[in-house]
Design a protein around this ligand. Sequence first.
Ligand SMILES: [Zn+2]
Length: 292
Amino acid sequence: MTLSRRAQMVLGGGSAILLGGILGLALWSWWLRHHRPRRELVVRFPRGRAAVIALGLVVIAVGACWRLIMAIQSVPSCASSAGAPVVTRSSSFDLSLVAQKVATWPETGIGELYARARGAPVCWSRSANYYVAIHANTLIGARAINLGDVILSPRYSMSRDEMAALARHEAGHRPQWAMGTIIGGPFAFPAAYAIDEFFFPRSRNHFERLAGLKSGGYSDSGTGPVLGPAQLATLAALSAFVVVVLFAARYRRASSRSRRPGDLPESGPSPSRIQVPDQSGAGSTNRDLPMP
Ligand SMILES: [Zn+2]
């Protein structure tokens, strides 16, 4: 199947927004500007990159579809589910909340699908305006985690006030998911969180501090980074990578300049400077021949 140029543009732009948010769209525009042939615009992806994009789009599509199914289905209220966190009822219509729900639509679907796969009961917290999936173990042990508009929570035995505090904390991660998705796509927030957690673990994590340490069950252990062997090795590898990339870019620029005849130095060897016999028969002379 061959897509028209306009269809390729729309598909590429749409994929860029879905996968990368604003950053993805900016990257896409930059890529188009720098790879635009003179006459016609042809959008081509290397096979590996196309496969990654297709996989990302499939994950997003599956999440979005499942979220839609959950939105249509009737879900039991959390008030009747023991162990579910409950918070105080939020008042009237909240535009920012709706925007957060829309922005995190596919992530929420993936979280709900995960809960379904684990056989975890899902309930709807009307007061907090999100889904809660209760099961024994989350992805990262006993801590509750938030995926957009759903919380994967262990079955805590805690007081109602403690549950309300935990729910407030988890709800505090929803705007972080939404902002991350808008800026960098659905995978931006977990990536940013993981990087932050690597250098600023647990209570030092900036996202956890923003959501509220006390309500999240963290005890404050400082704000600075933790630089152990793993962190230092990562920083060293990253620095080496940046240096190699800079040198490679410089080498590419230099070699592309040397291929242009106009930029050749006055003397010195050059692949385009070859010996041509003189017409007058007085030996030979150097002439620049045009590059093929
Ligand atoms: Zn948290």
